[in-house]
Structures are given as structure tokens and as C-alpha cells.
Design a protein around this ligand. Structure first.
Ligand code: NAD
Length: 479
């Protein structure tokens, strides 16, 4: 155990919750207690929001290059303290430690990217004829609430916090109650090592159902970016509507990964395995509906199952995937084994809790492949958020697009094909915010990320995200 108590970090200081309440944070690798986590109340949130509001004017009025320089410095600090940050994240989430260097690098990239373009937020001269001088400027919104999930805590935090700060806002972040430690530590480093003024990045630790509504009710908060489940997005959206508060919602997915018969199967097989097993399937963009052209279905499934059988999940630092991060999520995934049994769907591999004694203590789920699934079964329509794959055959291009789009979600999709014309035709017709071809997942800091349909609205990442953290002002001067 390397840390005992996770507290909020507000105005450059660790603070205990008003009510003095803490919850147990459990270790997903062993099911044993790891530390206490503060249970903040609305009063804690309100005090943190006062600090964010106090810090706003000075931060907003810094020259954009000065803000940018501080964010680039934060990137340097994140890299310099990468092993400590990565260790907290690995402990809290259960992710294999071998993934931490790449994760820390990605987190730093967000601060480098938005630090670099902080001064690219130009205004615009509007030509309305000689009688007027008119221009449009983009201004910071104010205090931004950032609510985060547990599956990729620092990554999701950095991609929302970096553009919000670059645009001149201050940030009041609420990490998942299951994985708060890494963001609290990053906020501490931001102030104490990178030199961000206190209050510019505050972190309040607690339950979403308490802190979320308190954030919406707080008059300093002008926008919230929530990355999380559809349920949380809908609940927050209903409250925010009362205040006409803008939101960015990055919600769930049930993404289609489409393999055509002309694909390079040597790449498509491991790519499709990774699509649903990376992070033990706790990945919003996971490719959990595998659409395979019917004439290669049987051979593809055979190779896929063989590759899944070779995967080593476990508590080890070099495992391909670790445990499920929370007990509740573990139980939820396991409940789909009952759903499959009730539907008479058989697993080609997995479909049960592990019997390997190495995996007895933690919350491990064997990667599971279901064949004979139809696209209307709950296995194919609901986000399971675990390493559970449905394989669905299709006839031709039109059929693949029809099945892929027949989903309430639209976060991501994969296409495997050597036919460049087909790739463009299918990419153009898929209803998904991110399409990756001949690879699965991926995406760069520069690529906007977000969903169609129930997967949410607004975008994180890329140049556009800066605009999402601003509002436009038109100035019209009669000469
Ligand atoms: P969750 O919705 O349970 O929690 C997410 C965050 O919202 C947590 O901080 C939680 O405390 C908070 N929250 C919960 N109820 C709330 C409410 N009523 N009001 C305000 N905040 C509330 O999600 P999770 O289980 O932590 O994460 C998994 C979900 O996140 C999956 O659905 C996954 O697809 C989604 N996700 C989406 C993306 C994306 O980019 N689209 C990325 C990662 C995760």
C-alpha cells in the first residue's frame, strides 16, 4: 500500500471533507482494501468552486503564450513524475504496469498540444460594409466542471482539462470515486512543481450523485464535461437543462468492428482481439460487435478463438490485461453470462468466471467470444464494458453498414479491408464519431473524439475542443 487516504486538492492544499466521511477503495487485483477516499459534500464542492472563481480573472488575463508555457511545463512535470503517477493509476485501476509509460506519455501530449495552440484562438474580422467595424472574439466560459470515469482516469482527465485551461478557463474536476488518486496527485504537481496558480486546477473527490448535482447548482460553474455512462449523462443533462448549462457528454458505446473477406487476416485477427480485450474491455470505444463477412466467418472465428486462448490476463505487470476495476462492474459483466445462457447463446471461449488459481483473488473476467448472436439481443445492444465479444456475420457492404448502424450508440467503428474504395464508402456511411481502418482504436491527441446518437455530443481532443471551451462575442461598431 503506497497511499492511505485520498483527499480533495483545492487552492493548492489537500482538504478533508466537511462531514469527515470516507469510503473504502478496494484493490481490484486482490479485493482487499487499498485506501480511504474522501466523500465530499455539496459544501466542499461550493468552497472549491469559490477558489476556482477567485483564480479565474488572473488566469484568463494571462497572455495565451504564458498559459501555454505553463501547460507545456506541466507536461514536462508529468513525464518527470511519470513513474509515481503511473503507479497510483496501476494500483487503483488494476491496469498492467507495462502500460503506464505509454499512458503517461499520452497524458503529457495533451498538455503539450494544448499548451502549444493556446495562442491559436484567433478572433475574426467580419466584413459588414464601410459603415461598420465588426469583429468576433472567443472568450473563456469561466469555471469548467470536469466529471471523469474510472477506466482511463488520467487520460480522460488530461484531454478535458488541457483545452479548458488553454482557453483561459479554470477547472473544477471530479474524478471517479473509484480512481481519484492519480488526478489528485497530478493537480498537486501542477501547482507545486509546474507553477500553475492555486485554484486554476482544483479536484474534489466524492460520489457523482452528490458532486454532480452540486456542480450544476453552483453559479460559478458555466459548463460541465462529463465522460461516463449513458445513465450519468442523462441524469446530468436533465439537471443542466434547468440552468441552460452547456455540456460535453462523452458516453458509452457498442462499437462495430467490421472484417471484410479481402482483409489481411494476419492483422485483423490480433487487431480484433485487442479491440475487445484491451483494458479488459473497459474501454468506451471497444470493438465489442465483431461483424465478419459470412464467407470467412468460420475460419476467422477459429483463428480469433485460438488467439484469445493465448492471452494472459492476470495481476502481473506484463499481463495482456488486468482485472475489472470495480466489484460492481465485475458483477455486471458476470450477469451477462446468465443473459447468454437464457438466450441459448454458447461461448466459443470464456463465458464463465476464471478457474485458474492465479485469478482467484481479484476481479478477473476471462475474455469471452459469443457466436450465433443476433444484433437485437441484449448482448449486442447493451454496453457490457468488459471483455465480451459478439460475433455477427454479414453478407455484403450494405448489410455490414446496416448492422453496424443498427445500434443506439455511435462512438467508434473499425474497418478491415484492402479495397480503398470500399473503405471510403463504408467509412462515409457509418454513424460513428471515430473510424479506424486496418487497425482498431488508436486515434491521436489531434483527432476529435466523441459520439453520435446515445454516445454523446460535443467533442474532446483536436483543435475544435478549444472552441468547445469558449463562447463567441460579436462586436459591431457604427463608424
Ligand atoms: P459512471 O457514469 O458511473 O461514472 C462516471 C463519472 O460520473 C464518475 O465520476 C461518477 O461519479 C459520475 N456520476 C455518476 N452519476 C452521476 C450523476 N448522476 N451526475 C453527475 N455525475 C455522476 O461511469 P463509469 O462507470 O465511471 O465509466 C464507464 C462509462 O464511461 C462507460 O459507459 C464508458 O463507455 C464511458 N466512457 C466514455 C468515454 C468516451 O470518450 N465516450 C471514455 C471513457 C468512458
Amino acid at each position: 500500500m503506497t497511499f492511505l487516504r485520498t483527499l480533495s486538492y483545492v487552492h493548492g492544499q489537500s482538504v478533508d471533507p466537511d462531514a469527515g466521511r470516507y469510503a473504502d477503495k478496494m484493490d481490484p487485483r486482490t479485493g482487499e482494501k487499498l485506501c480511504d477516499v474522501a466523500q465530499s459534500e455539496a459544501s466542499d464542492l461550493d468552497r472549491a468552486a469559490d477558489s476556482s472563481a477567485d483564480a479565474l480573472a488572473a488566469w484568463k488575463n494571462l497572455r495565451p503564450t504564458q498559459r501555454g508555457r505553463l501547460l507545456v511545463e506541466l507536461a514536462r512535470v508529468v513525464r518527470a513524475h511519470g513513474s509515481a503517477l503511473g503507479e497510483i493509476e496501476a494500483l487503483e485501476t488494476g491496469k498492467p504496469r507495462q502500460e503506464m509509460p505509454a499512458l503517461i506519455d499520452l497524458v503529457a501530449q495533451f498538455f503539450e498540444y494544448y499548451g502549444g495552440i493556446a495562442n491559436a484562438m484567433d478572433g475574426e474580422l467580419v466584413n459588414v460594409g464601410p459603415a461598420y467595424h465588426s469583429y468576433v472574439v472567443r472568450e473563456a466560459l469561466g469555471v469548467i466542471g470536469v466529471i471523469l470515469p474510472w477506466n482511463a482516469p488520467l487520460h480522460q482527465a488530461a484531454r478535458a482539462i488541457a483545452p479548458a485551461l488553454a482557453a483561459g478557463n479554470t477547472v473544477l474536476a471530479k474524478p471517479s470515486e473509484h480512481t481519484s488518486g492519480s488526478l489528485v496527485e497530478m493537480a498537486r504537481l501542477a501547482v507545486e512543481a509546474a507553477g500553475l496558480p492555486p485554484g486554476v486546477l482544483n479536484v474534489v473527490v466524492g460520489q457523482g450523485t452528490v458532486i454532480g448535482p452540486a456542480m450544476v447548482a453552483n453559479q460559478h460553474v458555466r459548463k460541465i464535461s462529463l465522460t461516463g455512462s449513458l445513465r450519468a449523462g442523462q441524469e446530468l443533462g436533465r439537471l443542466a437543462a434547468e440552468r441552460v448549462m452547456p455540456l460535453t457528454l462523452e458516453l458509452g458505446g457498442k462499437s462495430a468492428n467490421i472484417v471484410f473477406d479481402d482483409a489481411d487476416l494476419d492483422a485483423a485477427v490480433p487487431g480484433s482481439v485487442r479491440a475487445f480485450t484491451w483494458n479488459s474491455g473497459q474501454w468506451c470505444a471497444a470493438g465489442t460487435r465483431l461483424l465478419v463477412q459470412e464467407n470467412i466467418h468460420d475460419v476467422f472465428v477459429e483463428r480469433l478463438v485460438e488467439a484469445v486462448g493465448r492471452l494472459r490476463i492476470g495481476p502481473e505487470d506484463d499481463a495482456a490485461a488486468g482485472p475489472i476495476t470495480t466489484r460492481a462492474q465485475y458483477d455486471k459483466i458476470a450477469s451477462y453470462f446468465e443473459v447468454a445462457a437464457a438466450l441459448g447463446v454458447k461461448a466459443a471461449i470464456g463465458g464463465r468466471l476464471p478457474v485458474d488459481p492465479r485469478l482467484e483473488r481479484g476481479w478477473f473476467i476471462e475474455p469471452t467470444v459469443y457466436t450465433g448472436v443476433t444484433n437485437d439481443m441484449p448482448l449486442a445492444t447493451e454496453e457490457i464494458f468488459g471483455p465480451v465479444l459478439c460475433v455477427i456475420p454479414f453478407k455484403d457492404e450494405a448489410d455490414a453498414v446496416r448492422i453496424a448502424n443498427d445500434s443506439p450508440f455511435g462512438l467508434a467503428a473499425g474497418i478491415w479491408s484492402r479495397d480503398i474504395g470500399r473503405v471510403h464508402r463504408v467509412a462515409g456511411r457509418l454513424e460513428a464519431g471515430r473510424i479506424v481502418v486496418n487497425e482498431y482504436g488508436g486515434g491521436f491527441v489531434q483527432n476529435p473524439c466523441g459520439g453520435y446518437k446515445l454516445s454523446g455530443y460535443g467533442r474532446e481532443q483536436g483543435m475544435d475542443a478549444l472552441a468547445h471551451y469558449t463562447q463567441q462575442k460579436s462586436v459591431i461598431i457604427r463608424l
